[in-house]
Design a protein around this ligand. Structure first.
Ligand code: ADP
Length: 484
């Protein structure tokens, strides 16, 4: 049931994700279209304003010319009777699509180009102000027209104001012209926006090309082509990214290689005792009437091989367990001297058998935060080796010491020593200096690898000094208090 459910789970990272192309294209479009739109609107606005302003100035000038003409001809006093002035007023009103009203000093309208208000009175604020010498000009934005009041002076030397010329003119024509321009601008903007969108999509595709290439290469790697050259120099980002992936891949390759090596070593190590057992058993079987002593001797050898096989399996299991539970240390305050004493007690019979003297030297009492089982295994591997690779009549000295930060366990022996060129490699899994000798002593080749792993788990260090033929000294240095 559990597996069924798992089968239907969506694989990690396969949910919906927006392509990088979209934000890149949107950004390009936004930064292209919005400024263009704003720019056009501002330009159209100021064009409309300047058109209206220049129309107002033009009308004002024309009216002023008309007003001076009226002054000169004494129009308001009725000096001119041929009607030319009236037609000029009418013409001006028609040209600007507006209405001109002339008011005399009594506020009576004496001329209206619309001919609907003649003889009536116009007592508006603008007219009153104009009589006081203040001409006015007003623009009504909503209704699109402007109104101007211009004084008409008399032609006496005193220059009093004898009338006011009021003109109202529509700007509708300017507005419709501007609307047409606006329509064209909108059409043009839409066209540009469309072109910009296509260009942005194309640009985003081109800009992201190196990433797509990179992805293709990664797919090749995922398909198993681990040797694919993935460092790309397209952009700095792709180069850095591909370099990081490349170094991760190299590390993975190393791990894979060492895993393969380990597996082949394990199979080899496990096969060796079985082959020996098979050879021994076969030769026994091939012998007819073999004496009982020979049987016993062969059976002892077979039993030794079985012991070796089981030691290898035990060590392998211990190591796999440690590899798996990276941070799993069963920490407790442990008396290191007692731990070492108990371990030496266990190993004393083996030492006696090999005629090797075991000496414990504890310089001070030490209690530390350690995993008792693991540390005991690490130290006993060292002592066992010191006994195994020793000479009859030799000695093994274990010293326990500490300072304010670390404790030290030193295992020195008077054994065969380790050649200098081998000293770096003996901590590797299954590495042995003298293959034949090590096997014959029942070693799995994993002891030192396990010890080093335990020490590293405790954030400690291990050091070796040795001279070929004279003996070896291993020193463990482990913090008294474990710091995660
Ligand atoms: P083994 O099970 O073969 O002893 P280890 O990992 O414990 O494996 O040790 C690796 C090799 O290092 C041994 O095969 C041996 O050649 C060498 N070695 C370890 N300890 C000593 C020592 N005290 N004196 C000499 N050689 C040693």
């Amino acid at each position: 049931m559990k597996n069924e459910i798992r089968k239907w789970q969506i694989p990690k990272g396969s949910g919906f994700a927006v392509s990088l192309k979209v934000p890149v294209a949107v950004l390009l479009v936004v930064f292209g279209i919005i400024p263009m739109f704003l720019c056009t609107q501002v330009l159209l606005g100021s064009l409309r304003q300047s058109q209206t302003d220049s129309r107002m100035i033009e009308v004002q000038n024309q009216c002023q010319i008309l007003s001076s003409k009226m002054t000169r001809t004494g129009y308001l006093r009725g000096d001119l009777v041929d009607g030319t002035m009236d037609s000029e007023i009418q013409a001006l009103a028609d040209v600007y699509n507006g209405r001109i009203v002339v008011v005399n000093r009594d506020f009576r309208i004496i001329q209206d180009t619309f001919h609907i208000a003649e003889k009536r009175f116009l007592v508006a604020e603008e007219v009153i102000r104009c009589f006081q010498g203040e001409s006015s000009s007003k623009y009504n934005k909503e209704k699109h027209y402007f109104a101007q009041a211009i004084p008409i002076y008399d032609n006496t030397p005193v220059k009093g104001i004898e009338g006011v010329l009021v003109i109202t003119a529509s700007t509708e024509e300017i507005m419709s012209l501007m609307d047409a321009v606006n329509d064209k601008a909108i059409f043009f903007q839409l066209l540009v926006a469309l072109v910009l969108m296509l260009a942005a999509l194309a640009a985003a595709t081109i800009l992201l090309n190196p990433f797509r290439e990179f992805q293709k290469k990664l797919n090749q790697v995922a398909a198993g082509a681990l040797d694919t050259e993935i460092v790309m120099n397209g952009y700095r980002e792709t180069r850095d990214l591909s370099k990081a992936v490349d170094s991760t891949l190299s590390k993975l390759k190393e791990v894979d290689q060492s895993r393969q090596e380990f597996v082949s070593n394990v199979s080899h190590e496990l096969k060796t005792p079985i082959t020996s057992i098979r050879v021994l058993a076969d030769s026994l079987m091939s012998m007819e009437d073999a004496p009982v002593e020979l049987y016993r001797e062969f059976m002892e050898d077979i039993s030794d091989e079985i012991d070796r096989e089981s030691k290898i399996i035990d060590d392998l299991l211990a190591m796999v367990k440690m590899d798996k539970s990276e941070a799993e240390l069963n920490l407790a305050q442990v008396d290191i001297v007692i731990l070492v004493k108990q371990m030496l007690k266990r190993l004393r019979p083996i030492a006696n058998k090999k005629n090797v003297e075991l000496i414990l030297e504890s310089i001070r009492d030490v209690t530390a935060d350690v995993d008792e089982m693991k540390l005991s295994l690490a130290v006993s591997n060292l002592v066992e080796n010191a006994i195994k690779y020793n000479t009859p009549g030799g000695w093994v000295r274990v010293t326990v010491d500490a300072d304010h930060k670390f404790f030290y366990v030193k295992v020195a022996d008077s054994g065969i020593g380790i050649p200098e060129e081998e000293q770096d490699r003996i901590f590797e899994r299954f590495y042995r200096v003298d293959k034949a000798r090590s096997r014959s002593t029942g070693g799995s080749g994993l002891g030192l690898a396990i010890t080093r792993r335990v020490v590293l788990m405790h954030k400690g260090a291990i050091r070796l000094t040795s001279k070929d033929g004279e003996g070896s000294t291993f020193i463990l240095r482990i913090p008294l208090n474990y710091i995660a």
